[in-house]
Design a binder for this molecule. Structure first.
Ligand code: IPM
Ligand code: MN
Length: 363
C-alpha cells in the first residue's frame, strides 16, 4: 500500500534520543505489518532557533501539513529560557498545534498493572485507573488577546509593571472540543466530567453552558457532570477511579494531565494525540525535554513509543500495529525492565536505548 508520510520532529533535550527509539519501533512494526513509512525529519523549538532563528520555520510547518501525520518528541531548554515569549521554543509548539488546527488533545492516563506500585499514591488507589483527559489545545489563555506587558493602574499599585494574558473561548471552540470529548467517551465508559472554574470565571460559565447543551442536543447517552478545577485536582489524587473521560480547557488540561501522569507512575509514560477536524494529527509525549538529563541515555522512551502507537491508531488507521506496540511495552514492563523514573526494588534498571531494545525484541 502507499507510503505513509510522517514528519519527525525530535526537538530538544531528550527529544532526539527518545525519537531515535520510536523510529526504530516504527521501522520494525512496518516490516511486520507490511507498512511503508516515508519519514522526513525537521527542526522545531530550540534546535530550529539555533539553525534558522525561529522556533517553527515555514519549511517545518509546510512539511507537517503535507504529511499524513506528525510525530514530535519534546522542545525547550535552559539555553532559550530568557528569550521573549514569542521567540521561545514553546511558541514553536503552540504555533504548530494552531497551524495544524489540532484543537483536541487526547491524553490517556492508564495505570498499567505492572506499574501500580510505581506511583507515589497507594496501589489500591491507583490500580485500575483509566482516564482520558481531553484538553482544548488551540485556545484559552495560551492564545487569548490582549496579552503582554504594561503598567498597572490598580489603586495603590499605579506604575507597577504588569504582565497579562486573556482566557477566552468562543462557543464554537467549546462545541467542537465537547463533541470530540463525547465521541471519545462513547468508545469508553460514556461518562464525562467537564472541568472549569465557573464559580469565578465568565469564560468557564460559557464553557459549562455549552458543554451541557452539546451533550443534551447531540449526546444524550453521555452521563455528564461538571466540576471546578480545584476540586478536580483534589479528587484526582483522592479517588482517581471516579473519572472516565474529562473535558477541559487548555491550561486546566495542561495542569491536570501532569497530575494524572503521576497516578500512572511517571510522566515518562504518558503519550498524547492532538487532532483537528481534518489534516494530519500531532503525536507527542506529554512530558517536556528534560534538559537536566539530556544526553545521558537515562530518559524513559515509553511515552514516545506509545505516542507512535497512538499515531498508528488515530491517524494512520493501523489498529493492529498500535496494539502490538502497546503489548510489547507491557511485556517489557512485565519482564521487569525499568528506566530510573520507574525504578523499584527487584526491577532491572535500563537506559533509554536499552529500554527501546527490550521493546523491539518483544514486538
Ligand atoms: C505540554 C507542555 C506544553 C504546553 C508547553 C511545552 C508549551 O507543557 O504539552 O503539556 O503547555 O502545552
Ligand atoms: Mn504540560
Amino acid at each position: 500500500c502507499a507510503a505513509m508520510k510522517v514528519t519527525l520532529l525530535p526537538g530538544d533535550g531528550i527529544g532526539p534520543e527518545i525519537m531515535d527509539v520510536a523510529v526504530d519501533v516504527l521501522n520494525t512494526i512496518a516490516t511486520k505489518h507490511d507498512l511503508t513509512f516515508d519519514f522526513t525529519t525537521k527542526l522545531v523549538g530550540g534546535a530550529a532557533i539555533d539553525e534558522h532563528g525561529c522556533p517553527l520555520p515555514d519549511d517545518t510547518l509546510d512539511s507537517c501539513k503535507a504529511s499524513d501525520s506528525v510525530l514530535l518528541a519534546a522542545i525547550g531548554g535552559y539555553k532559550w529560557d530568557s528569550l521573549p515569549s514569542n521567540d521561545k521554543p514553546e511558541r514553536g509548539l503552540l504555533n504548530l498545534r494552531a497551524g495544524l488546527g489540532a484543537f483536541a488533545n487526547l491524553r490517556p492516563a492508564v495505570v498499567l498493572p505492572q506499574l501500580a506500585d510505581a506511583s507515589t499514591l497507594k496501589p489500591e488507589v491507583v490500580s485500575g485507573v483509566d482516564i482520558m483527559v481531553v484538553r482544548e489545545l488551540t485556545g484559552g489563555i495560551y492564545f487569548g488577546e490582549p496579552k503582554g506587558f504594561g503598567v498597572s493602574d490598580k489603586p495603590g499599585m499605579e506604575g507597577s509593571r504588569t504582565g497579562y494574558n486573556t482566557d477566552v473561548y468562543c462557543e464554537k471552540e467549546i462545541e467542537r472540543l465537547a463533541r470530540v470529548g463525547y465521541a471519545v467517551a462513547r468508545k469508553r465508559g460514556s461518562k464525562v466530567c467537564s472541568v472549569d472554574k465557573a464559580n469565578v470565571l465568565e469564560v468557564s460559565q460559557l464553557w459549562r453552558e455549552v458543554a451541557q447543551r452539546v451533550r443534551d442536543e447531540e449526546f444524550p447517552d453521555i452521563e455528564l457532570s461538571h466540576m471546578y478545577v480545584d476540586n478536580a485536582a483534589m479528587q484526582l489524587v483522592r479517588n482517581p477511579k471516579q473519572f472516565d473521560t474529562m473535558i477541559t480547557g487548555n491550561i486546566f488540561g495542561d495542569i491536570l494531565s501532569d497530575e494524572a501522569s503521576m497516578i500512572c507512575g511517571s510522566i515518562g509514560m504518558l503519550p498524547s494525540a492532538s487532532i483537528g477536524e481534518d489534516g494530519p494529527g500531532l503525536f507527542e509525549p506529554i512530558h517536556g525535554s528534560a534538559p537536566d538529563i539530556a544526553g545521558q541515555d537515562i530518559s524513559n522512551p515509553l511515552a514516545m513509543i506509545l505516542s507512535a502507537a497512538m499515531m498508528l491508531r488515530y491517524d494512520l488507521n493501523q489498529e493492529a500495529a498500535a496494539d502490538q506496540i502497546e503489548k510489547a511495552v507491557e511485556k517489557t514492563l512485565d519482564d521487569g525492565y525499568r528506566t530510573v523514573d520507574l525504578m523499584s526494588e527487584g526491577m532491572k534498571q535500563v537506559g533509554c536505548r536499552e529500554m527501546g531494545d527490550m521493546v523491539l525484541e518483544r514486538l
